[in-house]
Ligand binder design. Sequence first.
Ligand SMILES: [Zn+2]
Length: 110
Amino acid sequence: MKCDECGKGMLRESKVDYILLGQNLGKFDALVCDHCQETIFLGETLDLIEQKAKEKDLWGIAAKTRIGTSGNALDVKLPKQIVNFLHLKKGQEVLIEPIDQKKFQVAIMG
Ligand SMILES: [Zn+2]
């Protein structure tokens, strides 16, 4: 099967590590392009990956939240699953950095 992504390589069956949120869920069947390394997981495998991610509490961690106020500043409420995943504690030092005008990242300092 030819690769749709680059149009040059061939897709070959392979076992590939699936990394979610920096954690390796294990090796899964995939089709990998021998030219551009495009990796495709098929439907049945995606179900397995989802199951594995749920076992490890890594599934559906992203959550909507709202900006609140705190004195003159604004604050962001962090949903519990994010607090748990990142092991955040009150008073912990973080670095906030805008990526662009639609995104910012918060890096945990210590
Ligand atoms: Zn390709």
